[in-house]
Design a protein around this ligand. Sequence first.
Ligand code: SAH
Length: 222
Amino acid sequence: MNDQQLRGIGMTSQRTRDRLINRLREQGIKSETVLDVMRQTPRHIFIDEALSHRAYEDTALPIGYNQTISQPFIVARMTETLLEAGPLKRVLEVGTGSGYQTSILAPLVGELYSVERIRPLQEKARNRLKLLGLNNTHLKHTDGGMGWPAKAPFDGILAACAPEEVPEELKQQLAVGGRLIIPVGGSENQELKLVVRESETEYTTQVLECVKFVPLLSGTVR
Ligand code: SAH
């Protein structure tokens, strides 16, 4: 990829990107820090070239293997909610996918650990993150329903795929005061939830909004 492709041109230009940012602000995204990172991030490099003219539409788009790159509004909402209570040193992301959400979160946190069950998606994401110089991201090919116990505890966990119930393993891997943001439910009715670990044994859960994510599946794909 050359410099101009990375910067974008026409439908992938900075102007097109700025329009998306204005729209996110109108729709209620308040964190200028998050909006700034999104303004600077070339979403078009996270999808196939054939679809890159749609990169700055506020929609999820296919990335192969039956998966999608997350909708910008949801990426903004989840990132802003995760960061709302203050800075986060160690964060886990479940479902790297294209690496887009990873690239928005990485500049805003200390260390970012991200797990993905589909190896080819993970490898593409790794190249993109390297291209953007995001050196505080650590990727692992594994079933993220189990979290990443060796790197726990986390101050924040963000899941980009929906389990039927909040996995106990993820709750256990939160530090006290830590925040988990996760879509929960079947394919028809999912809710975005915020779980906060108030103490060693107590958790509070808040429902934020209705969402539609791909399911969290178990096992890995090579
Ligand atoms: N935020 C990503 C969205 C990717 S879609 C982006 O912006 O591109 C969700 C991803 O979660 C998919 O890539 C899917 O393979 C992955 N996934 C589903 N179940 C998983 C699991 N148990 N462990 C790790 N990743 C999982």
